[in-house]
Design a protein around this ligand. Sequence first.
Ligand code: GTP
Ligand code: MG
Length: 203
Amino acid sequence: MIIKEAKFLMSNTMVEACPTPDKPEYAFIGRSNVGKSSLINMLTQQKGLAKTSGQPGKTQLINHFLINNEWYLVDLPGYGYAKVSKSSREDWRRMINFYMQKRENLTCVFVLIDSRHEPLQVDLDFINHLGTMGVPFVLVFTKLDKQSALKTDSTIAAYQRKLGENWDELPQMFRTSAEKGMGRDEVLNFIEEVNSQVKNQEK
Ligand code: GTP
Ligand code: MG
């Protein structure tokens, strides 16, 4: 897919205030600092489109971007940041659950996972939660440039093992580096493919 146009639309805390749900929507989620905003900038090839930061907790709202006037890309705030208060964590949980259950055009959630770490319980819990809610999702391993391919393989194999304990079918998995542009074609081709499936269903 060629990205002809990518623009920021709006930030929200409420599903009701999000853009009209008339286009397929892809949401990026994952632990704080995993690289969600960086991946959005890499995919759209617009460096400052989504705000990034070395400090976890940069993205606080539901941020909508419109791509090629055809689909929405959503940058969500991260989970699992230790310094967040209990009440903020609860606010996050409520906002995200509401968004995922009520956003009718939500087509697929991209769960980003730092490829440097062995499976973390927060990530496994979140993935299992998505599965239980029946939300379609894929996994995106990030920051591949930070380590050897062998280490990435071992992280991915560990996730396959862990998720295999609970689920018969494993989600699709992507390997990316926002720094090196790795995985860009794979992720965009996937979105293009799903967009065309959505179009066919509408016919
Ligand atoms: P929150 O909005 O706080 O939840 O974080 P986020 O998931 O949006 O992460 P963000 O994109 O802001 O990136 C966090 C840090 O990781 C930044 O310092 C990025 O430069 C860095 N980073 C993100 N992706 C990559 C990558 O692929 N490779 C490397 N080396 N660094 C990355
Ligand atoms: Mg962010």
